[in-house]
Design a protein around this ligand. Structure first.
Ligand code: ADP
Ligand code: MG
Length: 251
């Protein structure tokens, strides 16, 4: 049985078919990248997988159980977690506080748990604090943990978004263009970071424009163009695939 199975996913916006019958499997523990020209349907595909949108047709299965149609919250509880946009980072909190809150929201009985000073809540707080420190450490944010989020440079802020997602203890992490707007040095650091996430046994599904980073980091690549899957394979297979080259040249 495959870990995550995408089966015939389709999304129509009026007359536009943004995602057109896309199927692929994701193996546990791999880094799988989805690439394709601008407007190919990559972000829509991710929203369908994370259940932030309802598919027009098709379904998504995790460990053989259908997860499409569940609320985004429920899907996150199954372990499929999408990175948060910078706007969901609390700018007036420190990096550490952001990750602590994310952990509390993801693991306590409810968000209000954090406000009740019961022994159990205090133990939860301690666990959230330790968990957040560990995440910031391995994502290379340990030295800025007490900085207010609003003072962090762009690359760090994006990494903080990933740290917040990691606080939900994902089994599979969906990253939509995590390296966008990063300089080469930040990109290198972020590539190491994604590999570090995978080393922790977390499956990574990546949409990314930076082809050099994609080729370096991916175990397998799925290529979509005009909503349809046009190729799937290892980085070496994709690099030499004439259909893929044509799709990019035609853009
Ligand atoms: P990519 O991420 O590959 O650049 P998107 O998934 O964002 O592509 O978009 C695919 C196509 O679907 C584009 O033509 C885009 O304009 C369209 N699209 C995306 N979201 C919506 C929406 N909410 N309503 C209508 N059209 C949309
Ligand atoms: Mg996109």
């Amino acid at each position: 049985m495959s870990f995550l199975k995408v089966e015939g996913l389709t999304k129509r916006f009026g007359g536009l078919v943004a995602v057109n019958g896309v199927s692929f499997d994701v193996n546990q523990g791999e880094i799988l990248s989805v690439i394709g020209p601008n407007g190919a349907g990559k972000s829509t595909l991710f929203k369908l997988i994370g259940s932030f949108m309802t598919p027009s047709a098709g379904r998504v299965l995790l460990d053989g159980a259908v997860i499409s149609g569940l609320s985004p919250h429920k899907v996150a509880r199954t372990g499929v977690v999408r990175t948060f946009q910078e706007t969901t980072v609390f700018k007036e909190m420190t990096a550490l506080q952001n990750v602590v809150v994310a952990h509390q929201l993801g693991h306590s009985a409810g968000p209000l748990g954090a406000f009740f000073a019961s022994p159990a809540a205090r133990a939860d707080d301690r666990r959230s604090q330790e968990n957040a420190e560990e995440i910031l450490g391995y994502l290379g944010l340990g030295h800025v943990r007490d900085e207010l989020a609003r003072n962090l440079p762009h690359g760090y802020l994006r990494t903080l978004g990933i740290a917040i997602a990691m606080a939900a203890s994902p089994r599979i992490l969906l990253l939509d263009e995590p390296f966008a707007g990063m300089n080469p040095e930040e990109t290198n650091r972020a590539v190491d970071m994604v590999e570090g996430i995978r080393r922790r046994g977390i499956t990574v599904l990546l949409v990314e424009h930076d082809m050099r980073a994609v080729m370096r980091i991916s175990d397998r690549i799925v290529v979509i163009s005009f909503g349809s899957k046009i190729a799937e394979g290892t980085p070496a297979e994709i690099r030499d695939n004439p259909t893929v080259i044509e799709a990019y040249l035609g853009q």
